[in-house]
Design a protein around this ligand. Structure first.
Ligand code: FE
Ligand code: FE
Ligand code: ZN
Length: 193
């Protein structure tokens, strides 16, 4: 990336990071949905996949807004390719997703697996909450009202996803995992209640 001279450059950098993060989440969620057993968990993850696709597009929209603002001083780049020149990869999200894949490859009772999937998904959400929260603050600081609003929208969706996961974990899944941990393998009949 070019030299960053101001907060707006840093905001664009953060947005490219978030675009990569959303992209990686879209790629990772299907395997998590597949591995999950609890129906509510599966549905929440499916729902968040749909939301995540919209969030990725929203990041593009925001970068376009920022690109247009540059039009006046001759720094406007052409198209989305220009916005993602260098295709910056979010290594933070790559690490979180790698850990998720690693834990999901372990042999586990299905209820324990659900608890592990929730934990991985919450790490993803927390990373995003941090990134979007920061980006929104930059946008506010810069007086970019529309950009701040769009970022706030995504931020709220990430909070919602996180809250839903907490609710699922506390209401049933962790308790079932506790049971699963005490029973011997092959006790599938105790599940599904
Ligand atoms: Fe997201
Ligand atoms: Fe990152
Ligand atoms: Zn998310």
């Amino acid at each position: 990336m070019e030299k960053m001279n101001n907060l707006k450059d840093l905001l664009k950098h953060e947005l490219q990071d978030l675009h990569s993060a959303e992209d990686q989440i879209i790629a990772a969620l299907p395997a998590m949905i597949e591995k999950a057993t609890n129906t509510s968990l599966k549905n929440s993850l499916r729902e968040h996949l749909r939301v995540t696709e919209k969030q990725k597009n929203r990041v593009v929209q925001i970068l376009e807004l920022l690109g247009e603002e540059n039009a006046g001083n001759g720094r406007k780049k052409k198209g989305i390719a220009g916005l993602f020149g260098g295709a910056q990869k979010c290594k933070g999200m790559a690490g979180i997703i790698d850990e998720g894949k690693k834990i999901m490859s372990e042999k586990m009772h299905p209820d324990v697996m659900d608890a592990a999937i929730i934990a991985s998904a919450q790490k993803v959400e927390h990373y995003e909450i941090c990134g979007y929260g920061t980006a929104r603050s930059y946008a506010e600081e810069l007086g970019l009202q529309k950009v701040a609003e769009l970022l706030e929208q995504t931020l709220n969706e990430e909070y919602e996803a996180d809250d839903k996961l907490t609710f699922l974990a506390e209401s049933r899944i962790n308790r079932q995992a506790e049971k699963g941990g005490r029973t011997k393998t092959g006790s599938e009949s105790t599940r599904g209640t």
